[in-house]
Design a protein around this ligand. Structure first.
Ligand code: ATP
Ligand code: MG
Length: 238
């Protein structure tokens, strides 16, 4: 389980997140939705140690993971697909994936969930471009490489920051199918998403963030009534 408790964080003297609390149970698919600038990416960056929380705590299965280096997060079963994907552009797809495979094997020994073949089969496009430099791939293909790489780290919780943003509808559809397959396999998901339609399709419940705080929770079975409430949707998501 991931548990974020009363986290405040920001950039230098600027406080962006205020008292943010949320949790994701093992194998649960949860969304974090909110308008541009709400603080979603700041929260992701704080969870994965790219930024330090000013206060509050972040724990994975009871272990304090705040300000932990990336390979330590892997040990705790956490993988993150960041907004800018952070791939090694000059390396080939295969090289990017092999690096992750090596780290995953070493750090998550005995807790392997995905084989190389399983992961590459999820993304036929990735397989076709295995020996291309990543920087030569389209945005959608790069997103698929980023997800494949995250899976080879053998996580039990995957955090994705707007995996569909800026991609063509067909690519978005392909990526959503993969995310659903992961969910159905019991992968824990924290999906950051501005598109509430997509979030509702994939997740069981959600947190709504506005101006750095969680302002609303959408519980299990409440997605439809939230989507039907146009005033609420407009108020929180613009
Ligand atoms: N590197 C930075 N330095 C200073 N302020 C920043 C930095 N990155 C983001 N911010 C500010 O923090 C606030 C939250 O930004 P953040 O990127 O977390 O929002 P977001 O919810 O992810 O938005 P989007 O949906 O557009 O990705 C914004 O006001 C933004 O201007
Ligand atoms: Mg963002």
């Amino acid at each position: 389980m991931l548990e974020v408790k009363t986290v405040s964080a920001g950039y230098g003297a600027l406080t962006v997140l205020r008292d943010v609390s949320l949790h994701v149970e093992d194998g649960e698919a949860v969304a974090l939705v909110g308008a541009n600038g709400a603080g979603k990416t700041t929260l992701v960056r704080t969870i994965c140690g790219l930024q330090r929380a000013h206060s509050g705590s972040i724990a994975k299965n009871g272990a304090d993971i705040s300000a932990m280096p990336a390979h330590e997060l892997v040990r705790h079963g956490l993988a993150v697909v960041l907004e800018n994907r952070r791939l090694f552009g000059e390396l080939t797809v295969r090289e990017n994936l092999r690096l992750a495979q090596t780290v995953g094997r070493r750090v998550r020994a005995g807790r392997m969930r995905f084989s190389w073949d399983e992961v590459t089969t999820l993304f036929p496009v990735v397989q076709e471009r295995m020996d291309s430099a990543v920087e030569l791939l389209s945005g959608g293909q790069q997103q698929m490489v980023a997800i494949a790489r995250a899976l080879l780290l053998q996580p039990d919780l995957l955090i994705m920051d707007e995996p569909s943003t800026g991609l063509a509808p067909k690519v978005v559809k392909d990526i959503l199918l993969v995310i659903k397959a992961l969910r159905d396999r019991g992968m824990g998901l924290l999906l950051i998403e501005q598109n509430v339609g997509i979030a509702a399709e994939i997740t069981d419940r959600a947190y709504v963030m506005a101006v750095g705080s969680i302002v609303h929770e959408i519980g299990r079975g409440e997605w439809q009534s939230f989507l039907d409430n146009e005033l609420l949707v407009k108020a929180y998501l613009g």
